[in-house]
Design a protein around this ligand. Structure first.
Ligand code: GLN
Length: 193
């Protein structure tokens, strides 16, 4: 299975490694032509304003929206989750805007630039998942078709799924736990319904 990783500035190399670890082959996506024949796409973390502008400049934004509407599975981590969201509470940065979630950028403020929290993610089994949060966003609202997959201990939402769209506020590619990447492949395959 060929999975694309959006290779604009961001943590794409780590996602490529994580996908290889679960047996997928990868394609770096920088131009619309790179999306041909992809089974799914990962949008890495980084700076969502920069990635959004580059999506516009590279001509990727519109074809990407079209592919998502035709059902291509997409997994967004952190900035990738921001780009997927329909609502980020204002501003005029470009968004793909296909997932029915409201997201708050940099939700933890400057004091807590980055942190880790052990997360309970029921779809991955009982073993906790190490959540690595870096200037992380939060999911503040979820639409009717959205399933919450993980929360912080205080209940705030940090991972969700809507049909073939997956979003996490944290960075599994920075751990050696590949269960979320495997879950994404299962989503692509239709195994994880
Ligand atoms: N704070 C970044 C943004 O708003 C996201 C950070 C990340 O992807 N690690 O785009």
């Amino acid at each position: 299975m060929r999975v694309g990783v959006l290779a604009l500035p961001g943590s794409f190399a780590e996602h490529v490694q994580a996908l290889h670890a679960v047996g997928a082959s990868t394609v770096l996506v920088r131009l619309p032509v790179d999306m041909e024949g992809l089974a799914g796409l990962i949008i890495p973390g980084g700076e969502s304003t920069t990635i959004g502008k580059l999506l516009v400049n590279s001509g990727l934004l519109e074809p990407l929206r079209v592919r998502v509407k035709k059902g291509m599975p997409v997994y967004g981590t952190c900035a990738g989750m921001i780009l997927l969201a329909r609502d980020i509470g204002g501003g005029d940065q470009p968004l793909i805007g296909v997932m029915d979630i409201a997201v708050k950028r940099n939700a933890f403020g400057r004091q807590l630039d980055s942190f880790e929290e052990s997360l309970n993610v029921p779809i991955l089994g009982s073993e906790p998942f190490r959540g690595v949060f870096i200037r992380a966003p939060l999911i503040e609202k979820t639409g009717a078709g959205v399933v919450v997959l993980a929360t912080l201990a205080d209940g705030r939402v940090v991972a969700a799924r809507q049909e073939k769209l997956l979003a996490t506020a944290f960075h599994p590619e920075l751990t050696d736990d590949s269960r979320i990447h495997r879950y994404f492949l299962d989503m692509i395959d239709g195994v994880a319904a």
